[in-house]
Design a protein around this ligand. Sequence first.
Ligand code: NAD
Length: 486
Amino acid sequence: MSEQITTSPLLLAGRWTEGAGGATVDVENPADEGLAGRVAVATEADVESAVREATRAQRAWGATPAVERAAVLLRLAELIERDGERLARIVVSEVGKPIREARGEVGGAANFCRYFAGLATSQGGEIMPAARRDAEVLVRREPIGVVGAIIPWNFPLALTTRKLAPALAAGNAIVLKPAELTPLSALAIAELAIEAGVPEGILSVLPGPGSVIGAAIVRTPGVGLVTMTGSVRAGRSILHGAAERIIPASLELGGKAPFIVFADADLEQAVASAVATRMMNNGQACVCNERTYVEASIHGEFVERYTAALEALVVGDPSAEATEVGPKVSAPELANVERIVDAAVAAGAKLVTGGSRLTGAGYERGHWYAPTLLTEVAADSPVLREEVFGPVTPIVAFADEAEAVRMANDTEFGLSSYLYTNDYGRVMRMTAALESGEVFVNRGGPEEVVGFHAGWGESGLGGDDGTHGFELYSRRKTVYASWGGA
Ligand code: NAD
């Protein structure tokens, strides 16, 4: 990119500004280490102003008929689609996601707006019989006020609307902090949200470091809910902050999804899905296949087919139409993948394919790692315990159902599991036995907006999507109504 790159301002309560500190930060393109953009960085004073103005503006927004709030979200969905190709290119430039997947993310971002617009207009309350005559007990849903949202870098567009759409639909204002690596997508959505008619004061997008701006969002009085997607480490810190203020925190944290294949499964379909679920977003999704468990009788054939599929993947420039796998998002993220694979190999794992950084033509710059397959991995190896977040698959054989369940549940995480089998009884037993918030049966991910994306264990608290996710964005008020006089 050219040197005369302009600085994107931040959005403070509906106004574009350089921020109180005047600082900027460069956004790197992970495919070539060039400049993808430059953005203004917020200060703690900006957070305070954003929350103060949001608190003021929210009353009118919360009192706006739900059908009108929904109309704004429906317009936003249309604008996201109108500018879909531009938005997809922004995602490619700051994440390194292959362009075809980036277009899918654009569709997902619009879908969140449409879905929550629908829920806005269908949200009801409850009416109970009272213990006295001429009286009723009503339980209403009311907005929380100001929602603080903190998101990671892997789906910067879709995760922006995943938080923004339910927050606005329920009548809240929102102060959102994008990840340090990927502020451009959230700012692009913010621009469209203003065009769609989100009133002044209601939306802020404040780029900046998590430990400063993220922490300030959590501790600023007026913020009534924090919804965060990211790592366990950051989630824990946010939960401490929320505890200090006695406010709810919804945390979507990491995953270590097992992908379990029984001998009776459709092998071709299972291999294709295992690869796709591992490689989505260059291996960087919380729902990725992080551990593949295969019944011992088909282990050899599965490994052979998986290797062939990995070696056939088109790796390279994420902006090229044919590309299936791009770079890791950053140099430290790449180093982490390398550390985990090296540790597995040092402890005796067998490297079937890949196992190193990519070098040579096309890979001179950027953060490239080869699609990698490991077998004979020790149970305590980091590749089976830590979130790898890269194009690396450990394949492990299991003897029977009981062993598959034991291996799958041997983790602190509990977000997603995948199961391939055509035995109906086994499906029912396994879906009951797997310790995770979601189980995909004979299909790959990602999750769908009508579901409830909520991790068990260290994978999170609260949850996103569906009617259960939407509930978190409002609070209940009980009204004891009487019209019977004394
Ligand atoms: P991260 O935790 O480093 O950062 C996420 C966000 O939290 C960023 O905006 C960051 O600035 C902010 N943050 C960091 N420390 C903070 C603090 N002390 N206080 C407040 N905010 C803070 O995560 P990442 O590396 O950007 O994202 C990758 C992680 O996100 C992975 O673990 C992945 O599994 C997880 N993730 C989970 C889901 C899900 O739905 N469960 C979806 C996508 C990603």
